[in-house]
Design a protein. Structure first.
Length: 121
């Protein structure tokens, strides 16, 4: 059985919402990487990754975020994460991601956190 994966994109004001769905592993990570690269190349710097529909993530999937976080923070932006299922969060937690990234319980809380950042002069 083939594990499916797709990336959905949406906008909320200045925030680009990227929603990976399904199984994120070494085979599907390039698709997520491409979605993030496309957003950054289009001038997006506030990225909220909504994991509500992500069922699985491997270390290759985690590496995608590490590849971009420094660059996006250098331009005054950030990557925030929301709605992680417990088994996905466990992988993030094991590798220390909660120290590096804002991980919020819901997409709405992620948007609110960005709204605070954007509102600062």
């Amino acid at each position: 059985m083939e594990n499916s994966f797709e990336v959905k994109n949406a906008k909320c004001g200045e925030i680009q919402i990227i929603s990976p769905c399904g199984y994120l592993d070494a085979h599907t990570a390039p698709e997520l990487e491409n979605a993030i690269r496309t957003a950054i190349d289009a001038g997006e710097k506030f990225l909220l990754v909504d994991f509500e529909s992500l069922d699985y993530i491997s270390s290759a999937g985690l590496g995608v975020f590490m590849a971009f976080i420094e660059d996006i923070r250098e331009i005054g932006g950030d990557i925030k994460m929301s709605s992680l299922k417990q088994k996905v969060y466990a992988v993030f937690d094991l590798l220390g991601f909660p120290i590096l990234f804002d991980i919020l319980p819901t997409k709405q809380e992620g948007i609110a956190k960005f709204d605070e950042l954007i509102a600062k002069p």
